[in-house]
Design a protein around this ligand. Structure first.
Ligand code: ADP
Ligand code: MG
Length: 611
């Protein structure tokens, strides 16, 4: 049998290697921007088209390269940053593996224009899928400009693997945010499809956070700082009250390099212990400085995973520093959130007037009068929705129910009359822990997840609005300007048209701000800011892929954002109303994201338990 092993052609080997470093447009941007920083760039201009799919260009005012170096830069393992193995443990630069440019050139069409300050003429080099097309002297400003066109043009499988434009754009923005936070003294500009997205002027760490995440964050940050022989820590942590379930604003940097570090993340979370609701994560921006000899950056091609020699000690230092900062900010570490069930005992003083509780009796009440309207309870329902700041289901559904010949009332009646031994009323419905609604049914005990049920109800309604089956009227509001960070702004702008179809009137207001002029009439008391924030939080939680612009996606988002949160106590009337609407839905068994809404504990199951 002949020998069968052959060396791969260079272009194929390069493509394979590229896969590790370059997965998508955001990785190209990361590599190019890091190179610009390593070259001493003070002003970095990033221009992209179609979320980087057609063009990524990074222009810097750094050292530039000679003609020979520009050519060398595209060879694999060609770097000016380290010379010998030992240098790996003294790394101060962002790059050192000498792989990025070779990888980029393997999967795209690359044009470099570069000139050193001392040279009169620069050089222009064009490379396409590893092959040098041309190199010529040109007149250009000093520094380097690298354009990467048609990423993955020669690797269709990879190109297909890219997600929607808005998804890719979001990743690009978060990649730029990381470098921009690490180097606040550097100016960054970003232009997408000929529109300026942001310009971050040189400043300090805190100002950079504000430039990126908006002015409101300024009041939410607590300084943390410590200086030990092992590590220097500097940065800001979010006040516990501002913690969100959003995973986006947690940043660790080591020697100005962004890193993920689940173990150090735990050091922080542990310090916040009991100051936060269980699903909330505080924001933090923490810069660590350590001796480069004590870390290993070279364990992963993207260099965001970093090994520390003395991880446990740094954990302790980080944990103690955070606790101390929270203590200074005066949040008692013994705050307890599990007091929901505790009884509030009013403090009596000398002058406290004791009021005897009174009971209001409606003298006109006649339980045998079937026409009798129950004004007291009706009123309560309405008040509940007014005070809850959430959607007013009644008005939201009025149009919808009128058009629905299958009267939801009948469905509920049917549900209960199916159970021969149950009266046809909702008296058998009880709410458990602000989370579940329980009711006996013929086969056992029916458990309804209240929030999921509400999501389903709202979802079907929003779908009807988006399909034009029912019309939503708009309520104009006193215009409210909301400042967002660049990612959130970009996210919202992507689906603004379709959001506005549901009755919102939201417009861009320059500088990452939006203005809300109107809300769907069904949400009279909704606080637009809260609603937009919750919607964005949901967007972060369900990173949409191809579906961004679909009605289903948006209806899902809106329903999640406006559903009543767990923990709301509902009156008997409200529960009844709720069940009516749930059973009027075309699919009441599942929430919009496919989770069960209803579960029945069978009599057999109960009997088994009782044995
Ligand atoms: P690395 O950054 O790991 O050294 P790269 O492939 O990213 O590897 O870059 C190769 C070399 O090209 C760098 O070491 C540097 O000398 C040079 N280079 C890349 N980008 C620039 C730039 N924007 N300005 C000046 N030199 C650059
Ligand atoms: Mg590099």
């Amino acid at each position: 049998m002949p020998d069968i092993i052959q060396l791969l052609p260079e272009s194929v080997a390069n493509q394979i290697a590229a896969g590790e470093v370059i997965q998508r447009p955001a990785s190209v941007i990361k590599e190019l921007v890091e190179n610009a920083i390593d070259a001493g760039g003070k002003s970095i201009n990033i221009i992209i088209k179609d979320s980087g799919r057609t063009l990524i260009q990074v222009i810097d005012d750094g050292t530039g390269m000679s003609g020979t170096d520009a050519r060398m830069a595209f060879e694999r393992h060609a770097t000016s940053k380290i010379r010998k193995a030992d240098d790996l443990f003294a790394i101060r630069s962002m790059g050192f593996r000498g792989e990025a440019l070779a990888s980029v050139a393997a999967i795209a069409e690359v044009t470099v224009q570069t000139r050193r300050v001392e040279d009169e003429l620069g050089t222009e080099l064009i490379i396409r899928a590893t092959e040098v097309i041309s190199q010529e002297p040109i007149a250009c400003s000093h520094g380097t400009s690298i354009s990467v066109k048609n990423i993955f043009f020669n690797v269709p499988a990879r190109r297909k693997f890219l997600k929607s434009d808005s998804y890719e754009f979001r990743l690009i923005i978060s990649e730029i945010q990381r470098v921009a936070l690490a180097f606040p003294e550097v100016e960054f500009k970003l232009q997408h499809n000929n529109t300026e997205i942001f310009q971050l002027t040189p400043c300090n760490h805190k100002q950079r956070i504000v430039q990126i995440f908006g002015k409101a964050i300024n009041q939410q940050l607590i300084d943390i700082k410590t200086d030990t022989t092992l590590v220097r820590i500097n940065g800001f942590i979010g006040k516990p009250g501002n913690a969100k379930k959003n995973q986006g604003e947690q940043f660790f940097f080591v020697n100005n390099r962004y890193m993920r570090h689940p173990y150090f993340h735990k050091a922080l979370m542990n310090a916040y212990n009991r100051l936060l609701p269980s699903d909330a994560v505080p924001s933090y921006f923490i810069w660590l400085e350590v001796d480069p000899g004590n870390i290993d950056v070279n364990i992963h091609p993207t260099k965001t995973e970093i090994k520390f020699e003395d991880e446990q000690s740094i954990w302790q230092i980080l944990n103690a520093t955070t606790k101390e900062a929270l203590g200074k900010f005066n949040v008692a570490p013994s705050l307890d959130f599990n007091t929901e069930a505790a009884i509030e005992i009013p403090v009596l003083t000398k002058d406290t007037q004791i009021r005897i509780p009174s009971i209001n009796v409606n003298p006109n009440f006649n339980p045998f009068d079937s026409d009798y309207e129950k004004p007291v309870n009706k009123q309560r329902t309405v008040d509940y929705f007014k005070s809850s700041n959430l959607s007013n289901w009644e008005s939201l559904y009025s149009g919808f129910e009128k058009g629905n010949t299958d009267n939801p009332e009948n469905k509920v009646e049917k549900l209960f009359t199916e159970n021969a031994d149950l009266p046809a009323t909702a008296n058998n419905l009880i709410q458990l822990k602000g989370k579940y609604i329980l009711s006996p049914v013929r086969s056992g005990l029916m458990v309804i997840d209240q929030k999921r049920a509400h999501e389903r109800i709202l979802y079907e309604n929003y779908m009807k609005i988006l399909e034009g089956t029912i019309h939503v009227t708009q309520q104009t509001l006193f215009p409210q300007v909301i400042e967002l960070n660049a990612t959130d702004h970009a996210l919202l702008m992507e689906c603004l048209n379709i959001i506005n179809q549901t009755g919102f009137d939201i417009r861009g207001f320059g500088n990452n701000s939006i203005v809300v002029n109107g809300c769907p009439a069904g949400i009279p008391d909704a606080n637009p800011k809260e609603l937009v924030e919750r919607m964005l939080e949901e967007m972060h939680h369900q990173p949409s892929q191809q579906t961004e612009k679909t009605r289903e996606y948006l209806a899902g988002l809106l329903s999640k954002a406006s559903a009543i949160p767990y923990g709301k106590q509902l009156s008997a009337e409200e529960i009844h109303d709720f069940i009516d609407k749930l059973f009027a839905c075309s699919n009441h068994n599942f929430s919009p994201d496919g989770k069960p809404v209803i579960s029945i504990i069978s009599i057999e199951e109960l009997e088994k338990r009782m044995k």
